[in-house]
Write a protein that binds this ligand. Structure first.
Ligand code: SAM
Ligand code: SF4
Length: 334
């Protein structure tokens, strides 16, 4: 019989996001304003080890989780990322291991990651214009991410999903260009609402744009139909332009929350289990590493702390105030 991890509100949790580092080789202004850009490094003492991830993955699967996404920071900066992928992909009962990346290092690593058991990648790409891309990422090269996308395709890491954080006055003039990418490519272009995590509260309303703008523009390009969502459930609503090969996804945590169907837990790079993105509650996993029963207790503790979905405001501004998160996205993993 399939195991089920249920929270107090009847939601089934089958998905875990593991942040494997809080280092990054980009500084997207809406996520991370660290003066330093990181390069590939050996694991530092604060980060969990390959074996720690194996233990966490095994306990998660034993409790009912079957899908893991590796994220960061930039997960490909971990010198041992291929070993981490292999460790979690090798767990019996793990159906799907995916990864979210800025794509800069995919040219070098796609084949190796696929061979280690990685199934799919989501790649962040907030602009198709070289100068705009450089400004948003504070120094990144568009060409590296575009090459990374091609390499991910060639390595079979599809369907490739592109994540675009929609930023008013910054990349909203590129919505149509992004949408048109789906016409003849099997890409899922997913627009994400900008969330005011730590440090961003001050400028959030300057950049926040409701995703209805994407639908308006898409309808002006071609007739649009709502299509089936993600395999295994997920926060995106999907649409397709008439005759298009790819899909357009909308992820609206603020204007149209999806708390009632939230199926996930998160582990931060410093080993804390987060029950809800909109709450600052955390459960320390580190102290339980090495003890399967203790790890299970910690998971159950986190599940018991999941927020009541009825608590979620349905208007973007009220919802933005409910985001109590004190960490930035690069520390949580998105
Ligand atoms: N470095 C990888 C990347 O950029 O894909 C993985 C980590 S990043 C934190 C994960 C996702 O979070 C990215 O798609 C990123 O665009 C998104 N993100 C970061 N800060 C955000 C914010 N304030 N609001 C909405 N999405 C955010
Ligand atoms: Fe780095 Fe990703 Fe955050 Fe950009 S969004 S700064 S690539 S962690």
């Amino acid at each position: 019989m399939t195991k089920k991890l249920l929270d107090s509100f009847g939601r089934s949790i089958n998905y875990l996001r593991l942040s494997v580092t809080d280092k990054c080789n980009l500084n997207c202004f809406y996520c991370r304003s660290d003066p330093g850009r990181c390069t590939v490094e050996n694991t530092d003492e604060e980060e969990l080890t390959v074996d720690d991830y194996r233990q966490i993955g095994e306990v998660a699967v034993a409790l009912g989780i079957s899908r893991i996404r590796l994220t960061g920071g930039e997960p490909l900066l971990r010198a041992d990322i291929v070993e981490i992928v292999a460790a979690v992909a090798g767990i019996k009962g793990m159906d799907d291991v995916s990864l979210t990346t800025n794509g800069m290092l995919l040219e070098k690593m796609s084949e190796e990651l696929a061979a280690a058991g990685l199934k799919r990648v989501n790649i962040s790409l907030d602009s198709l214009d070289e100068i705009n891309f450089k400004q948003i990422t504070q120094g990144g090269r568009l060409k590296s991410t575009l090459t990374g996308i091609k390499c991910a395709f060639n390595a079979g890491l599809g369907p490739v999903k592109l994540n675009v954080v929609l930023l008013k006055g910054i990349n909203d003039h590129e919505i149509e260009k992004f949408i048109r990418l789906t016409i003849d490519r099997d890409l899922h272009v997913r627009f994400i609402e900008y969330m005011p995590t730590a440090g961003q509260q001050g400028n959030w309303s300057d950049y926040f744009l409701d995703l209805n703008r994407v639908l308006e523009i898409a309808r002006s390009v071609a007739p649009l139909q709502e299509v089936q969502g993600e395999h295994g459930g997920g926060p995106a609503r999907y649409y397709s332009l008439q005759g298009a090969v790819g899909k357009i996804g909308l992820i609206s945590p603020l204007s149209r929350h999806f708390c009632a169907s939230c199926n996930r837990l998160r582990v931060t790079a410093d080993g804390r289990l987060k029950p809800c993105l909109f709450s600052d509650a955390e459960v320390d996993l580190r102290s339980a590493l090495g003890d399967v029963e203790q790890l299970k207790i910690k998971f159950r503790e986190a599940v018991a702390l999941r927020t009541d979905p009825r608590f979620a405001a349905s208007n973007s501004h009220e919802r933005s105030v409910q985001l109590q998160e004190k960490r930035s996205m690069f520390q949580i993993g998105g």
